[in-house]
Design a binder for this molecule. Sequence first.
Ligand code: FE
Length: 139
Amino acid sequence: MKDKLIRSEAEWRAELTDEQYRVTREGATERPFTGRYVNCKQDGVYRCVCCGQELFASDTKYDSGSGWPSFTRPAGEEAVATRRDTSHGMIRDEVVCAKCDAHLGHVFPDGPGPERLRFCINSAALDLNSDNDGDAGEG
Ligand code: FE
């Protein structure tokens, strides 16, 4: 497993916008059809907005109609982790960045690919094709 990136709440607050902070560090969900990547068809790599980890590739993105960017699988086996989430009266599988534990979204078993997974991800947690690795202290 890669090294974890651990930051204090104050450090994350200083680096992220309010919306990015609420989603990635507090587990909020952006309103559907409001995120900047919902309808994005640009090629590239979606990275974690917090730490720059590669999370999803554009060729696995599809239009689920849900109002959130949706992917059939992560960019690699160690890109994301999942956790059982029982908040809001639902049993769901939360998807987090494997490197910095950022909340990304949830994964559901109704995707169109061979794995049948739908990674339902907040735009606010993603950064498409940025050269910024999100971590000034590392390289
Ligand atoms: Fe991250």
